[in-house]
Write a new protein. Sequence first.
Length: 85
Amino acid sequence: MILFQAVKRHIFGDHFHLKMLKDYEIKAKYCEMLKLFMDNCPPGPIVSYCPFGIHSIAAEGRLHNITPGQWYGPQMISIVLRNVA
């Protein structure tokens, strides 16, 4: 997902490698970042736990009359991502 790559570059920079996960602090930060994109969210408010997961995006899209499976145009996905973040 392009959004994940953008967030990863923002947090870790251009020179991130999986070998860097041996450092505990970097690994913890990486795991927190992965939680933002989870699709298996625990019960409760989905958006607060994993805002960029597909279920959170679909739930926000339904508020804008977009059903799951429909195409999100550039403007609509920008609005949805702004609202879930």
